[in-house]
Write a protein that binds this ligand. Structure first.
Ligand code: G3P
Length: 242
């Protein structure tokens, strides 16, 4: 059970009864599939995109061309992950990826080399998404390295019998204790609408959601049933609104 530390900052609490709410929860699409991104971007509800080497490999397309095209479809941050594992290599690749478009966020893994690359790239003004985060201490290091986003992987922790949502809660508490940590919590490895709901309740800034899960957020059988009933009863009136 996660409890607020005694005397610690409660998120956004600026005084008795005064709660400062965040702007909103951002929805990123977790895919490199151009068609899926185009379809969902048309809803106006897409704030960004995250890709990773596995998602890119699934497309069978050129990586940099794919990122370039995604950056034209979506104005928000588009995560493109480096392949190097040494800091110098990550920095060199990160600079090339960042040059593709202004809204590229360079993704680096949560390793010491990734943190060094994050520090260098973020100090140069590049957005950095530190990925493969599985502990709150990792998330604290990423924030200190200047990460724009931290990507805790909820589903993969659940897969091994741990509580992925508890990690989101822990990071939220830690980040809210220190006002200089400007890193946004980007809930990742989301497998269900319930993950989205619980991430929002825990105060994640962003949820990166597979297209199938995002489409599922709107579905409820009682909504469908109720709409059918309304339309059936409306038809009986014989009226037209236009
Ligand atoms: O953005 C990270 C995400 O793509 C990982 O999801 O389902 O492979 O754990 P998953």
């Amino acid at each position: 059970m996660i409890t607020q530390p005694a005397g610690g900052m409660v998120r956004g609490k600026i005084g008795p009864g005064l709660i400062l709410k965040d702007t909103d929860m951002k929805f990123f699409i977790d895919t490199a599939d151009i068609g899926e991104i185009e379809d969902l971007a048309a809803t106006g509800l897409v704030d960004g995109v995250t890709t990773n080497p596995s998602l890119v490999a699934k497309t069978g397309r050129d990586f940099k061309d794919t990122i370039r095209q995604i950056c034209r479809i979506v104005d928000g941050p588009v995560s493109a992950e480096v392949a190097a594992t040494d800091a110098d290599g990550m920095i060199e690749e990160g600079r090339l990826l960042a040059a593709i478009a202004d809204n590229v966020a360079v993704k680096v893994p949560l390793t010491w080399d990734g943190l060094k690359a994050c520090r260098s790239l973020s100090q140069a003004g590049t957005m950095v998404n530190v990925t493969l985060c599985f502990s709150a201490t990792q998330a604290l290091l990423a924030a200190k390295a200047g990460a724009t986003f931290i990507s805790p992987f909820i589903g993969r922790l659940d897969d091994i019998g741990l509580d992925g949502m508890e990690l989101i809660q822990e990071i939220r508490i830690i980040y809210d204790n220190y006002e200089d940590l400007g890193t946004e919590i980007l809930a990742a490895s989301i497998r269900s609408p319930n993950h989205v709901k619980l991430s929002a309740m825990a105060g994640a800034d962003v949820a990166t959601v597979p297209p199938s899960v995002l489409k599922g957020l709107v579905k409820h059988p009682l909504t469908d049933k109720g709409l059918d009933a309304f339309l059936s009863d409306w038809a009986k009136t014989g009226q037209s609104i236009l």
